[in-house]
Design a protein around this ligand. Structure first.
Ligand SMILES: Cc1ncc(COP(=O)(O)O)c(C=O)c1O
Length: 395
């Protein structure tokens, strides 16, 4: 018999997966070229050549017994050292190897952090719209997700609602910039305000409130948008990073957590992260991948690919009369549904072979998400289908 919590998780199956699977079935019937699947955030660019070359080189030059063995639970020291130095150079931080814990992607990083700090009934604040897995991740440790309502004006967090949602039970706050699903990048002012509010609330409640910065899209920025490194603004921050999107390696499951020495009890916290990695059963991040990303810290994916798709989609949909949130990062476009019931809108879109994800699954009804990890040629052709869809709603 399955656990009650798993029965519940099965009942709340992912809207993203559902629409993706529907698209796959449809492709079998009418041909893959006729299905316009904007559902999954699966990178559409290739991993950098240097990454593949590094793997080959590692296999050819390293004793396989060493290469594939268990590593320290927090990761290989030389890898963590290189990551710390790279972050210091790029963001003016002051990390050392001891501040870095290698993880199984951002998903693994988030679970490791939550396992480290959340007690049952602790509240964890998330800002809508948010990556829906957060609710499951928080639930894994019997924490309670508390949702700050979306700010539909510019999709920066609603600070008044945020302040009101912080209680003596608040243990952590998760932010995600560039954001999935809105594509919005938080301004420096936003990060400063969150830090100020949390500092005040820490004093008021006499306890630590942690900020968890989930940043797998940190390197995917457009139009000169900037990423502000959160440990510089708030000491009690866990940065959860992943190479899934930045180097197009989602299946390889590699990322890390960075904490600053200025975090409360930072040394013990790092030991706790290492312990959490072990007792969650991850044991360590994949050994070959740790060594490979070490050599690719300054590599970039082909950003122009996403930029082109973003431009075509944003301009095309706007010209058709749709209202879009302008994406400054990641590879998602958030579109305002022309009718209040965006789930019905997604169903209608399916009739035109357009696979979109409803905003309700990101706690933001009235909007739909398009992932533009799709061939550019297909994006161009999809606009003909969107034109028909727009007509349905008199746009
Ligand atoms: C906002 C956000 N956080 C975390 C993840 C998980 O990333 P990873 O593949 O590194 O586990 C994703 C994946 O899509 C994401 O969109």
């Amino acid at each position: 018999m399955l656990s009650k919590s798993m029965e519940k998780a099965l009942g709340n199956s992912s809207a993203i997966r559902e629409v993706f699977e529907y698209g796959q079935k449809l492709a079998q019937e009418i041909g893959e070229e006729n299905v316009f699947d904007f559902s999954l955030g699966n990178p559409a660019t290739r991993a950098p050549k240097k990454f593949d070359e590094t793997i080959i080189n590692l296999i050819q030059t390293t004793d396989s017994l060493k290469l594939h063995s268990y590593t320290d639970n927090s990761g290989i020291a030389a890898v963590r050292e290189s990551i710390a130095a790279n972050l210091n150079e790029r963001f003016g931080t002051d990390f050392e190897a001891g501040n870095i814990t290698m993880t199984v992607g951002a998903g693994g990083a988030l679970n490791t952090v939550l396992r480290t700090i959340v007690d049952p009934e602790d509240e964890v604040i998330v800002f809508a719209p948010f990556f829906s897995e957060y609710v499951h991740y928080i639930g894994n440790y019997y924490g309670v997700p508390v949702i700050v309502k979306p700010n539909l004006t510019n999709f920066q967090p609603d600070m008044e609602d945020f302040k009101g949602k912080i209680t003596s039970k608040t243990k952590a706050v998760i932010i995600n910039t560039p954001n999935n699903p809105s594509g919005v990048v938080y301004k420096e002012e936003t990060i400063k305000q969150i830090a100020e509010i949390l500092s005040e609330k820490q004093k008021e409640f006499g306890k630590e409130i942690y900020l968890i910065s989930d940043e797998p899209y940190r390197e995917l920025l457009y139009d000169g948008a900037k990423h502000y490194f959160v440990t510089k603004y708030y000491d009690n921050t866990f940065v959860c990073y992943s190479f899934s999107k930045s180097l197009s390696l989602p299946g390889e499951r590699i990322g890390y957590i960075a904490v600053s020495n200025r975090m409360a009890d930072s040394k013990r916290t790092s030991v706790a992260l290492k312990t959490a990695t072990r007792i969650l059963g991850f044991v360590n991040a994949p050994s070959l991948m740790q060594l490979a990303v070490k050599e690719c810290l300054n590599e970039k994916t082909d950003l122009t690919y996403y930029e082109t798709n973003r431009k075509i989609l944003l301009e095309g949909l706007t010209q058709l009369g749709f209202t879009c949130v302008k994406p400054e990062g990641a590879f998602y476009l958030f579109l305002k549904s022309p009718i209040e019931d965006e789930i019905a809108f997604c169903e209608k879109a399916k009739e035109y072979n357009l696979m979109l994800v409803h905003g309700t699954s990101f706690a933001c009804p009235g909007y739909v998400r398009l992932s533009y990890c799709v061939a550019t040629e297909k994006i161009k052709r999809s606009l003909e289908q969107f034109a028909k869809l727009a007509k349905e709603y008199g746009l």
